[in-house]
Design a protein around this ligand. Structure first.
Ligand code: SF4
Length: 424
């Protein structure tokens, strides 16, 4: 329902789009949301009245398709479309038409510090101004539905949004410091449920590792998370159609706990009501993949999800594994890589992807062995599977690594993309 302009503000109280997130050169909206437009900005709110996106409509805004997105962790991420459009632009290395520019240090190959751009920062001033205008407009002869929307938005001021992000961490017991790269397919919009803490290794290079040893959570702890998350996400749960089982190696938690959690979440978060197949994301490791028996994949394939499992391989060069202090040997990495290919060819609704490192510090042996591995692989007949190249965190950030990336991509039989480490 759209209301006429009131003091240059237009309200769309509830707009509906497909819940499936399409890849497009222009930001397409998804799910059910509210929109407020001024002459200079478009503001998008979720069903709880929480601000989600701001897009500039004025001439100073960097690009009509660029926008700011607020995550459930309360980070404002700027979605840049880069400086080259079409298939040779960001899509060729991210697999998406935009580059998320993060407000915290990460491993980006191209760091865009949006804080220094007044044209972008003015959007935050406009958001504050809109909030003040809505505060003043309450009850001012508006349609009751517009008043309801205003009231929901006013309840979710910046302080509340911050508190809600902290509450989310309290419910799941820790912050999700890194999301699997495959979550790009759902614009990183996932519900997190932690089924295990810590990981099997404590690799030296890793900037997201936890100090804890691997430890599964109990079914009652998991059920408590799911129940609290259902309340936390409130009405907006209907816009979410993806589950992340955390944290760093949920695959090592085993088939029973994965199956139990995914099934309970499916019911509690009403994934069955969505018109699209929900996605399930989890991380695995070389050892957890090798130790996973056929029963695990059979069980996963029976779940009503499309499942993505992302494995950290890092390198097929022994001296590089030694350098980064990853306690696995090359033969295991190769065996896990081939198991990934086998699983991808065997199950229609399971896709395993893998990560390898890139960085100026890494040796030519690392790159040669990686290129050979990806070259000697047969192209997947199923179309499933991809490799992500993850820059080491202190790599240069002005696209110096891209030529190296394209060199590997061009030799690979599998699709290759850059992995940008993003937190929830
Ligand atoms: S790379 Fe993965 S396995 Fe290694 S420390 Fe980090 S989270 Fe753990």
């Amino acid at each position: 329902m759209t209301f006429p302009h009131l003091n240059n503000i237009a309200f769309s109280v509830e707009k509906q789009s497909s819940i499936t997130i399409a890849k497009a050169t222009f930001p397409l909206r998804y799910g059910t949301y509210s929109e407020i437009r001024t002459s200079e900005y478009e503001f998008i709110f979720n069903l709880n009245g929480e601000i989600k996106f701001i897009r500039g409509l004025n001439v100073n805004w960097p690009h009509p398709a660029a926008q700011l997105k607020r995550t459930d962790g309360n980070d404002w991420v700027y979605y840049s479309v880069g400086d080259v459009s079409g298939d040779s632009g960001i899509i060729s290395w991210m697999g998406e038409y935009y580059l998320p520019c993060l407000p915290y240090p990460s491993n980006s190959v191209w760091e865009v510090n949006y804080f220094t751009n007044p044209s972008i920062m003015n959007a935050f001033a406009a958001w504050s101004q809109l909030y003040a205008d809505l505060y003043g407009a309450q009850g001012a002869g508006l349609h009751p539905k517009a008043n309801e929307l205003i009231s929901r938005i006013l309840q979710n001021h910046d302080g509340v949004l911050y508190e809600r992000s902290q509450k989310l961490n309290t419910i799941i017991g820790e912050r999700v410091t890194v999301l699997p790269p495959d979550t790009r397919h759902v614009d990183y919009e996932i519900i997190p449920v932690i089924i295990a803490d810590g990981c099997l290794y404590h690799c030296d290079f890793c900037c997201v590792k936890s100090a804890r040893n691997f430890h599964k959570r109990s079914r009652s702890e998991i059920m408590s998370q799911i129940q609290q998350l259902k309340v936390h996400y409130g009405r907006n749960v209907q816009n979410l159609n993806a589950l992340f089982l955390g944290n760093h190696d949920a695959l090592a938690a085993g088939d029973e706990l994965i199956y139990f959690t995914a099934s309970e979440a499916f019911k509690s978060f009403y994934f069955g009501n969505a018109r699209a197949v929900p996605s399930l994301f989890l991380f695995g490791s070389v050892d957890s993949l090798l130790n996973s028996k056929d029963e695990l994949f059979e069980k996963l394939s029976q779940l009503p999800y499309y499942t993505y499992i992302n494995i950290g391989f890092e390198s097929v060069d022994a001296s590089t594994l030694n350098l980064i202090q990853k306690p696995v040997d090359v033969s295991k990495v190769r065996a896990a890589f081939h198991k990934m290919l086998e699983i991808n060819d065997s199950y229609m609704n399971i896709e395993i992807t893998g990560n390898f490192l890139v960085g100026e510090q890494l040796s030519s042996e690392h790159y040669q062995s990686l290129a050979k591995l990806l070259q000697d692989t047969s192209s997947p007949s199923s179309g499933r599977g991809a490799v992500y190249l993850s820059p080491l965190k202190d790599s240069p950030k002005k696209r110096e690594l891209l030529p190296r990336f394209f060199e590997i991509k061009n030799q690979s039989k599998l699709p290759v993309y850059i992995y940008l480490i993003q937190r929830l």
